[in-house]
Write a protein that binds this ligand. Structure first.
Ligand SMILES: N[C@@H](CCC(=O)N[C@@H](CS)C(=O)NCC(=O)O)C(=O)O
Length: 272
């Protein structure tokens, strides 16, 4: 079988879900990091849709993080992300679905509302891996991209407030859902834990998240993080990343080797 290939946005939580599953299963894979806004033609050619992540596995282009994990479970069953027990498996998949629908889109809308006024930070988070020419093009389009993103994701002060309260409700629910083991289902790490932690990453910003934004966090985001940093779901996310995020299984290509070297030299003076 050819080496699996992942088309992704670096700083996206749904992409982090698929990436984490590949890394957890130690599946050597190639990553293609796309620039939001400039990704459409590439992704449409593969899937007929525009969203990432997309995984090319055994000749098939699979879009949607849950479908990607389902396919990985089939092809690389160990280590498993789905529980063997049928009831626990059903519950883990229900929770994956719940966080995909009730947390992912809302936390994204809330956090983008907070960071879009800081184009330098947005660029650092999403574009810093790209070639200098692509970065220049993105910079020129930057004001337009902000407008388009607000429209596409329905971001305005009122929808952002709803998104904030939906995110907090999901975090409160997660606290109630945690089992005595510290996991969401049964007594081991499953797809439910991976999904909840990955989708909370834009707020929690765990140090193990694989891509660093080479710019300081915008002040309003610092304040929000400080305010929720004692929430049990926030602390649980940090712990889950610490214990389970593990190492990247990305196969180094010339482009990724350049990015990794450059990121390492920049992280000393910047935050995520
Ligand atoms: N349900 C999908 C959601 C994927 C998604 O929303 N991807 C966003 C990035 S976080 C995207 O590609 N947006 C650009 C677009 O749709 O054109 C999944 O789980 O993969």
């Amino acid at each position: 079988m050819d080496t699996p290939e992942l088309w992704q946005f670096t700083s996206s939580h749904f992409n982090e879900k698929a990436r984490w599953a590949l890394d957890f299963k130690r599946v050597p894979h190639i990553r293609h990091s796309l620039i939001p806004g400039f990704h459409v033609a590439t992704v449409k050619r593969m899937t007929g849709k525009t969203h990432v992540p997309v995984l090319k596995l055994d000749g098939n282009a699979i879009s949607d993080s849950s479908k990607i994990i389902e396919a990985l479970e089939r092809v690389y069953p160990e280590p498993a992300l789905y529980p063997a027990d049928p009831d626990q498996r059903r519950r883990a998949l229900e929770l994956e679905d719940f966080y995909d629908e009730e947390l992912g889109p809302y936390i994204r809308r809330w956090i983008f509302h907070v960071i879009l006024p800081y184009p330098k930070f947005v660029r650092a988070a999403f574009v810093s891996h790209a070639s200098p020419a692509a970065q220049l093009a993105q910079r020129a389009m930057s004001p337009l991209i902000g407008v388009v993103m607000r429209r596409q994701m329905d971001i305005n002060p009122a929808t952002a407030e709803v998104a904030r309260s939906k995110t907090m409700a999901a975090m409160d629910g997660l606290e109630r859902e945690l089992q005595p083991s510290g996991y969401l289902v049964g007594d081991r790490f499953t797809v439910a834990d991976l999904t909840a932690a990955a989708l909370l990453s834009p707020l929690v910003r765990p140090p193990e998240f694989p891509y660093k934004a080479v710019a300081p966090l915008p002040e309003p985001l610092v304040k929000i993080r400080d305010a929720v940093s004692t929430h049990p779901a926030f602390r649980w996310t940090l712990q889950t990343y610490r214990e389970h995020r593990g190492e990247s299984a990305e196969v180094a290509t010339e482009a990724s080797a350049f990015r990794i070297k450059r990121d390492a030299s920049r992280t000393a003076t910047t935050g995520r």
